[in-house]
Structures are given as C-alpha cells and as structure tokens.
Design a protein around this ligand. Structure first.
Ligand code: PEP
Length: 250
C-alpha cells in the first residue's frame, strides 16, 4: 500500500519573513493531517524555514540544485550547502527548469545521481507540453523523461525517488488533467518503471500529479488508483488552500 505524499513548490515567491509565517501556519495546522508532506521555499528562505519545520512532520525541500558538488559555478547552489542547512528533498527537472533554463534529460539525470549519492530524496518531474499531447506523444514523452532521468540509478535507490507527473499545459494555468487522464499517464509511468526495473519497484513508486491542484479537485485526483500524491504550486502559497489539499481525506 503506497502512502500519499503532498509537496508544495513555492517557486520564486516569499521573502524570508513571509516564508517563515507560512511555514509556521503549516506546522500548526498540518500536525495531525497525516500523509508525507514537503515544502520547497526559495533558496533564500531555506535556512529560516528549516528552523521552523524542525521537529514537525513537514520535510524541507529545495527547488533545484547544481549538478556539481562545488567549485566555480557562479549563481548555483550545491547539494552540500542544502544538506548542511537541513534540506531532505530536492525537486529536479521541473518543467520551468526544462523550458526556461534549457535543462535536458542528461543534465537532470546528473543532478538526480548526485542528490541520491549525497543522501537526499528526489522528486523527478516529467510531463508533456500541449503540442506533444495534441500530437499523441504524451506517453512517449513521459516514458522517455522517466527512463532518461533515472538512467544509471539502481533499484535499491528508488525508495528515495518520487516521480511527479506534471503536464506542462496544466501548470499555473488553472487547467488540470481530468483524474482519469492523469491516472492513465501515471499507469504509463508505472509500466515504464516495470520495464526499467521490476514489478515490485513499479508498484512501490510514489507518483505525484502536479498541475493546478486546488482544494476543489484534490480529492478526485488523490483518490485515483495510480495517483499517490500531489506537487502543488500556486495553491501551496496560502495555508487556506494548501491545508485542505494535504488534508483531502479528513
Ligand atoms: C508546479 O509548479 O509544480 C505546479 C504544479 O504549479 P501549479 O500547481 O500552480 O499548477
């Protein structure tokens, strides 16, 4: 039986005081909600939020990291720096990193390898654009991104990997995939994992859905058989929208 895992990606929002205040509200109101919970504030707020969520049931995540451990990489943030301040999870391959910053599967894979080697958990994002979906390529795109993102990762490390299926056309647009459509793609990802690893690995993998998840659609999405959680953007920025998503079954 897979657990439910709900993560909030705060993107480039929240100053340090704003981030601490949101984290404080979540610590208070999510204490009894159950499920695995993660929040990913911007880099500048990570250390302050780390203190706020310490000894709570909320994991601290980063939204990205460098593929190099350290060195001459102006503007980048190292996995060692993230670990040192209490980050446990890193989101990699988000569609905004792929589309705006040109991150390719091989580059994302080098980050996945480094994060896992350094003991972090990873959320690997995959998803098709509207053009790809309309061309009937959604299954191939998500399968390809899954395989390439996990290239060289042994099955024993998969327990620290979550896949987030985020159709690009649904991110920040208010349009979400129907629960049935999302579930079908999750099943495709699971089938790919079975091919790449084993039936047991595919069955155990937590696959989140992301793309305009809100309190109104959370329950319908999160009760589908292959949807094991959510990666939430806009609705993660306010307690009144994130809390009902995490507590969808209360
Ligand atoms: C995201 O950024 O991963 C995301 C899914 O955003 P939103 O929930 O705003 O669509």
């Amino acid at each position: 039986m897979r657990i439910k895992y709900i993560a909030g990606n705060w993107k480039m929002h929240k100053t340090v005081p704003e981030a601490v205040s949101l984290a404080q509200a979540l610590v208070k109101d999510l204490a009894s909600c159950g499920h695995k919970i993660m929040i990913a504030p911007p880099f500048t707020a990570l250390e302050a939020v780390a203190k706020t969520v310490a000894s709570s049931n909320i994991l601290l995540g980063a939204q990205n990291m460098s593929n190099a451990e350290q060195g001459a990489h102006t503007g980048e943030v190292s996995v060692l720096m993230l670990k040192q301040i209490g980050v446990k999870v890193v989101i990699l391959g988000h569609s905004e990193r792929r589309a705006i910053y040109g991150e390719k599967d091989e580059f994302i894979n080098s980050k996945v390898k480094l994060a896992l080697a350094q003991g972090l958990e990873v959320i690997l994002c995959v998803g098709e654009t509207l053009q790809e979906r309309e061309a009937g390529k959604a299954n191939d795109i998500v399968s390809g991104q899954t395989g390439k993102g996990l290239a060289g990762i042994p099955e024993k490390d998969l327990g620290r990997v979550t896949i987030a299926y985020e159709p690009v056309w649904a991110i920040g647009t208010g349009k979400n995939a129907t629960p049935q459509d999302a579930d079908a793609i999750h099943a495709v990802i699971r089938a790919e994992l079975k091919k790449l690893y084993s039936a047991a690995a595919a069955e155990a993998m937590i696959i989140q859905y992301g793309g305009s998840v809100k309190p109104e659609n959370a329950k319908d999405l999160l009760t589908m058989p292959n949807i094991d959680g959510a990666l939430v953007g806009g609705a993660a920025l306010k307690p009144e929208t994130f809390i009902p998503i995490v507590c969808f079954d209360k």
